[in-house]
Design a protein around this ligand. Structure first.
Ligand code: ATR
Length: 277
């Protein structure tokens, strides 16, 4: 049976084995999908051992996405721009890398939440790994503007410049500090890519950040109504979403990449969703 796994550190919380097992059942694919915890300093050795045992593909999560990018022989354009990979495929001695986080987010927003991004004012909060993976795909959706705002402004400026160096986002993408948000007007779509929700912390978002009817999207999942989502609702956002749809959509992209068949995501999203209350 073909073997796949998710690799990370820690990995106990991962929903990927459940998601891929449900996909395999629904599509009739004979495959096994497990979770592997690699030592922090042992990513490459653990991947090598998995391949030697016949492994066909891996999903990669924190803290190994940058190393996965460097490990591969062939890297997709979007993984190269992100500088990070979240999926590997092994074909004999050849290893390919891709990054499905951005396309997963995009599908969740535009298809599942039925919110087109073209012409919209979009704000991404945070400039770490989670933000990095989604800027290029967001730009491809043709927003009117895309601001990446971070507590440490220099990191947001660096990230915007990194994307611009690939010839992307000119005149649309800009970096900013969170403290500049008072001057940047309202946004139609606000995406929280900071780690603040994991610590149950609110962000210093000024009144007026959310346009009336805005979509507030928190990339974390399984936490219910996070401080960010609560704040968004209080400030006029009418559509709230957590990251469960992004998680399932990126998994479906990886599954299709490996197996050549795209599973239906709706039943899996419904099964994993928790109420945002
Ligand atoms: P990840 O790979 O999950 O994005 P990361 O690279 O550590 O993790 O980045 C975490 C992001 O969350 C950063 O943008 C960080 O802001 P700083 O660059 O200023 O550190 C942001 N972050 C974490 N906790 C935060 C908080 N309490 N308020 C605001 N931003 C926070």
């Amino acid at each position: 049976m073909d073997r796949y796994a998710v690799i990370g550190h820690p990995i106990g919380h991962s929903k990927s084995p459940l998601i891929h097992t449900l996909f395999a059942q629904a599509t009739g694919q004979a495959m096994e999908y497990t979770a592997i915890e690699a030592p922090r300093d042992g990513f490459a050795a653990t991947v090598d051992a998995f391949r030697a045992a016949g492994g066909r593909g891996l999903n990669v999560t924190l803290p190994f996405k940058l190393q996965a990018h460097d490990y591969a022989d062939e890297v997709s354009e979007r993984a190269r721009v992100a500088g990070a990979a979240n999926a590997l495929a092994f074909d004999g001695a050849h290893c390919r890398a891709d990054n499905f986080d951005g396309v997963g987010l995009l599908r969740d927003i535009t298809v599942n939440l039925a919110r087109p991004l073209a012409g919209q004012r979009v704000l991404v909060l945070g400039a770490g790994g989670a933000a990095r993976g989604v800027l290029q795909p967001l730009l491809q959706a043709n927003p009117a503007s895309l601001v990446v705002a971070n507590r440490t402004p220099a990191k947001a400026h660096d990230l915007a410049e990194h994307i611009a160096a690939h010839g992307l986002g000119v005149g649309v993408l800009r970096g900013a500090g969170l403290d500049e948000l008072t001057t940047l007007g309202a946004f139609d779509v606000v995406i929280n890519a900071t780690a603040a929700s994991l610590d149950a912390q609110a962000l210093p978002l000024p009144i007026g950040t959310f346009a009336p009817g805005a979509l507030a999207y928190d990339m974390v999942y399984g936490q219910g109504l996070t401080p960010f989502l609560r704040q968004a609702r209080e400030q006029g956002a009418t559509r709230l979403a957590d990251g469960v749809g992004m998680l399932v959509e990126q998994a479906a992209e990886a599954f299709a990449w490996w197996r050549g068949v795209r599973p239906d995501t709706r039943p899996v999203i419904d099964q994993l969703s928790v109420p945002l209350t």
